[in-house]
Design a binder for this molecule. Structure first.
Ligand code: ATR
Length: 275
């Protein structure tokens, strides 16, 4: 049986094996998808192991997405733009690095009918914000504000990946533009660690009705709870996870992915883990 897997942090709790194994099983494809916890000093060896003829392909997750960019033989235009690889596709003797997070983010927004028409507030300027900024640029969103605790990091990200529509917003200035936005995105890592919010709690009450709050993590975070409490529509990161995975699956197999099977599998696993 061939193998596939996700290259990630040694304490990775990725839902990817659940999702991909459900898809392989549904389609009768004999591949087993595994967790491949990988410390940084073993990353090159791990990436090279994807060259094995028994490996169908790999995903890459935190904290290796940017490092793997330099370890594959070629990269797609999307991976080049993001500067990070989340999917490795063996082609002939080489490894192609792609980034399906951009597609996953856009597909999640589309299925929730939440593509912004006015302006977006993007909170955070780390790795997770990179694919989001590229996707928002492709969608042609007319105004994108990037706010981050460390403002200098937001500046670097906007200089590198922003379009003319993108500008840095000091965290203290968030209240001044809340009336403009129709989508706010939490791309900070806060939801994984604690209950703090990346913006003042009364912000949620100051946006226009119909504004959507999206969190890239797939937990029910303090950010999502506060948004719901203020009557906003919310989107968690599960849709993005499913769609980036479905795109990877299609690239490895050449087959239409069973998206609803993948969704059912990760929703069940999330419920099993207690949300
Ligand atoms: P990832 O790859 O998941 O985005 P990262 O690159 O470490 O992880 O980025 C984490 C993001 O969460 C950053 O925007 C970070 O802000 P800083 O650049 O100021 O560090 C943000 N973040 C993490 N903890 C935070 C906190 N307690 N308050 C506000 N922002 C926080």
């Amino acid at each position: 049986m061939k193998r596939a897997g996700v290259i990630g942090d040694p304490v990775d709790h990725s839902l990817s094996p659940i999702m991909h194994n459900a898809a392989f099983q549904e389609l009768g494809i004999h591949v087993h998808y595994e967790l491949w916890p990988t410390p940084a000093d073993q990353l090159m060896t791990r990436v090279n192991s994807v060259r094995d003829e028994n490996v169908l392909g790999a995903n890459v997750t935190v904290p290796h997405k940017q490092s793997v960019f330099d370890l594959v033989d070629a990269t797609t235009a999307t991976a080049d733009r993001v500067g990070a690889v989340n999917t490795i596709i063996p082609i002939g003797n080489g490894l192609l690095g792609d980034n399906t997070d951009v597609y996953g983010f856009t597909a999640s927004l589309r299925e929730s009918a939440a593509v912004p028409q006015r302006a977006v507030l993007l909170l955070g300027a780390g790795g997770a914000s990179r694919a989001v900024l590229v996707a928002l640029g492709e969608l042609g969103v007319s105004r994108i504000y990037v706010a981050n605790r460390t403002e200098q990091r937001a500046r670097g990200l906007v200089d590198e990946l922003g379009t003319v529509a993108t500008q840095v917003l000091p965290v203290g200035d968030i209240p001044s533009m809340l009336g403009e936005i129709d989508l706010m995105i939490n791309a900070t890592s806060l939801g994984w660690h604690d209950d703090a919010l990346p913006l003042p709690v009364d912000s949620f009450g100051q946006v226009e009705p119909g504004t959507v709050a999206m969190d890239l993590t797939y937990r029910d975070t303090a950010f999502l709870r506060a948004a719901r409490g203020a009557g906003l529509r919310t989107i968690d990161g599960l849709g993005m996870l499913i769609h980036q995975g479905a795109r990877s699956f299609a690239l490895w197999t050449g087959v239409e992915p069973p998206v609803e099977t993948m969704r059912a599998a990760v929703e069940a696993e999330r419920a099993r883990r207690g949300g």
